[in-house]
Write a protein that binds this ligand. Structure first.
Ligand code: AMP
Length: 293
C-alpha cells in the first residue's frame, strides 16, 4: 500500500490531532529528502516508540546561503515515499516552498550564541533557517516526540535548546549516527563525491577515531587531541579542514581538558563538497552498516 503524501499544513494538523484524540502518540521526523539509512534509522525509532509517524520532506531554502548547494541537492520524492512506506511511516508532509514561505513571510527563530559556534561560523543564517522551519514543523505536526540525528550535532543541540526555551511540548530524541562500513557518516551530500574524494572522505571518521583512541590511552589535553585530528586530516591531500574542535556538549564552547562527554567535531571540504562529523569521547553508540558488531 502506498503511503499518504500530504502538501497541506492544515490537513496534516487535522490528521495529527485526530490521531492524538484517539489516544495515540505521534512521532515527527523532519528531513530534506533523498533519504538514506541515516534518515530511515530515525523513522524506525519513531515507528518503534510511537503509534503514528509523520515524516516531513522539505528542502528548506532559508537554511541555504546563496552559492550553496540548494539547486543541485538531490530530489527524489517518489522513491522516498516508497521507502518510508516500507519503514512503517504513516504520513509524509511534503509542502511546497510557497506554502511554507508565502509572500510577506517575515518571522524567524533567532537563537543567540550557540548558532555562532562550529558550522554556524561558516554558514551565516543557516541555523536561523533550520530553527525557523523546525519550529513551523512543530506547529503543523504537534508530535509528542521528534527525531533528529546526532550526525548534525550542533543542529540537535540548538533544537533541544529552542524547544526548551520556547516551551514546545515535544520530546527531542537524538539518535546515533549511521555510518558506512569504513566509518563515513551517511549524508545526502556524499552523492556529490567523486570516487577519489569518496575514498578520502573517510578522513573525518579517521580523525575522530584516532583522537578517541588517544583519549582512551589517557590523553586529556585538547591541544594534543586536536593536534592528532589535524594531523590525520592533513594526511589526506584532497581534504581541507574548515574547523576542527573539541567542545562542551551543551554550550558548544571549546574545552581545555577533555572529558567523556566532550565532543570532537569537524568540517572538511573535499573539492566543493563540505562534510561534517562528530563523536563524543566517552560512550559512542554509532551504527556501522555492513560491519559485524
Ligand atoms: P537532512 O535530510 O540532512 O536534513 O537530515 C534529516 C535528519 O536526518 C536530521 O535530523 C539528520 O541529523 C538526520 N541524519 C542525517 N544523516 C544521518 C546519519 N548518517 N545518521 C543519523 N541521522 C542522520
Amino acid at each position: 500500500m502506498s503511503i499518504r503524501c500530504e502538501q497541506s499544513p492544515d490537513e496534516v494538523s487535522r490528521v495529527v490531532r485526530c490521531w492524538q484524540r484517539g489516544g495515540g502518540s505521534v512521532g515527527l521526523v523532519p528531513t530534506m529528502g533523498a533519504l538514506h539509512e541515516g534518515h530511515l534509522s530515525l523513522v524506525r525509532a519513531s515507528v518503534a516508540e510511537c503509534e503514528r509517524t509523520v515524516v516531513s520532506i522539505f528542502l528548506n531554502p532559508t537554511q541555504f546561503s546563496p552559492g550553496e548547494d540548494l539547486e543541485r541537492y538531490p530530489r527524489r520524492l517518489e522513491e522516498d515515499c516508497r521507502v518510508l512506506g516500507e519503514a512503517g511511516a504513516d504520513l509524509v508532509f511534503c509542502p511546497a516552498e510557497q506554502t511554507m514561505y508565502p509572500p510577506g513571510f517575515c518571522t524567524y527563530v533567532v537563537q543567540e550564541g550557540l548558532p555562532e559556534r562550529l558550522c554556524g561560523a561558516f554558514r551565516p543564517g543557516h541555523f536561523r533557517g533550520v530553527l525557523t522551519v523546525v519550529m513551523k514543523l512543530f506547529q503543523v505536526a504537534p508530535a509528542q516526540r521528534a527525531y533528529f540525528g546526532r550526525k548534525d550535532f550542533q543542529q540537535s543541540v540548538l533544537i533541544r535548546r529552542m524547544a526548551e526555551d520556547l516551551n514546545v511540548p515535544v520530546e527531542v530524541r537524538v539518535m546515533p549516527t549511521v555510518r558506512e562500513k569504513d566509518g563515513l557518516a551517511m549524508s545526502s551530500r556524499n552523492e556529490y563525491l567523486t570516487a577519489e574524494q569518496r575514498r578520502q572522505a573517510v578522513c573525518l571518521y579517521e580523525a575522530l577515531a584516532a583522537a578517541r583512541r588517544l583519549f582512551r590511552k589517557g590523553e586529556r589535553s585538547s591541544e594534543r587531541l586536536l593536534g592528532k585530528m589535524r594531523e590525520v586530516v592533513a594526511g589526506f591531500p584532497a581534504a581541507r579542514a574548515q574547523y576542527v574542535e573539541i567542545v562542551d556538549p551543551d554550550t558548544l564552547q571549546p574545552v581545555r581538558q577533555v572529558g567523556e562527554d566532550s565532543v570532537g567535531a569537524l568540517a572538511v571540504c573535499l573539492g566543493e563538497v563540505r562534510l561534517i562529523d562528530n563523536m563524543p569521547f566517552g560512550e559512542c553508540p554509532d551504527i556501522f552498516l555492513g560491519r559485524d558488531s
